[in-house]
Design a protein around this ligand. Structure first.
Ligand code: PAF
Length: 291
């Protein structure tokens, strides 16, 4: 596995692979990898096929963290990450320093104007601008055929799909289902920062979503689903509920009334300093997700 720290090095690799007619698939990450990331890598390997090449990037992107957020304490372990990626059959890792990605005086940003301002975008102003900008840069640096992102970050996936469509980026964006711990907690690099008490309480997100899924099958309205989930979360004293939303699963438009199309329940809940998010697609023709 090649380890590339510069744009020039990763571009040279990709140029050679392209010259040999190989597909290139990218898995962008911020490192501190877990089974959820490895599911992205497995999906990327499948998409690349035996002749294609898989690149993973590891970059804790400062522009997607707010001034009071956890950039400094975001967990990092590049040696362990690169070992896991090599074992999973990744062909190259792009692991640049911040100065390699953002030149001094950089002033160009990419923003999905509507999607970036709703839901998590309200709780974390500027977050999706940072995500869209860095993913654009990664797409431009690597020029992959396909890129894989987790469905756990549902709004992020919507932002990236919208950006790729609106800016005619020639990259197919694949969403990969959420991987869960045995007790249902969605895997996240931030889970390690939960106290033992908060870790024990955190599966309430999955429990609330699973109940909502059953209620949606019984034909409960969007507003009743939302209030059921909120009440279920608020019954957990350690959970500081930041937002509970139900939106059109494709457009993220707000919903009320009976569910006539697939809808997505989106949760953001703080446990101490750690913000956890989770989601579930419910209603007509939704895929069932079993932890
Ligand atoms: O989901 C993540 O890990 C990050 O937001 C991403 C897509 C790698 C951009 O920094």
């Amino acid at each position: 596995m090649d380890i590339c720290t510069t744009k020039a090095a990763i571009r040279a690799r990709v140029r050679d692979w392209r010259a040999a007619g190989r597909r290139v698939v990218l898995v962008p990450t911020m490192g501190y990898l877990h089974a959820g990331h490895m599911a992205l890598v497995a999906r990327a390997r499948e998409d690349a096929g035996p002749e294609g090449r898989v690149i993973a990037s590891i970059f804790v992107n400062p522009t997607q963290f707010g001034p009071t957020e956890d950039l400094a304490t975001y967990p990092r372990d590049p040696a362990r990450d690169t070992g896991m990626l090599e074992a999973a059959g990744v062909d190259a890792v792009f692991i640049p320093e911040v100065s390699e990605v953002y030149a001094p005086g950089a002033q160009t940003i990419v923003e999905t104007t509507e999607l970036a301002g709703i839901l998590i975008g309200k709780l974390r102003p500027g977050h999706f601008r940072g995500v869209a900008t860095v993913v654009t840069k990664l797409f431009n640096i690597v020029q992959p055929d396909t890129a894989c992102f987790g469905e756990k970050d549902y709004q992020q996936l919507a932002v990236i799909r919208t950006m790729a469509r609106d800016l005619d980026m020639p990259v197919r964006v694949i969403g990969v289902p959420t991987v869960r711990e045995p007790d249902g907690l969605a895997m996240s690099s931030r889970n390690v920062r939960l106290t033992p008490e908060d870790r024990a309480a955190a599966p309430v997100l999955n429990a609330a979503l699973t109940e909502a899924e059953a209620l949606a099958r019984d034909g409960v309205t969007a507003s009743r689903l939302r209030s059921h989930v909120r009440a279920r979360l608020e019954a957990e004293p350690r959970a500081d509920v930041q937002s509970v939303d139900i939106r059109d699963a494709e457009t993220l438009a707000a919903l009320s009334g009976p569910l006539t199309r697939p809808a997505v329940l989106l949760l953001a809940v703080r446990f101490g300093a750690v913000l956890l998010i989770d989601n579930r697609v419910v209603g007509p023709e939704s895929k069932e997700e079993t932890p």
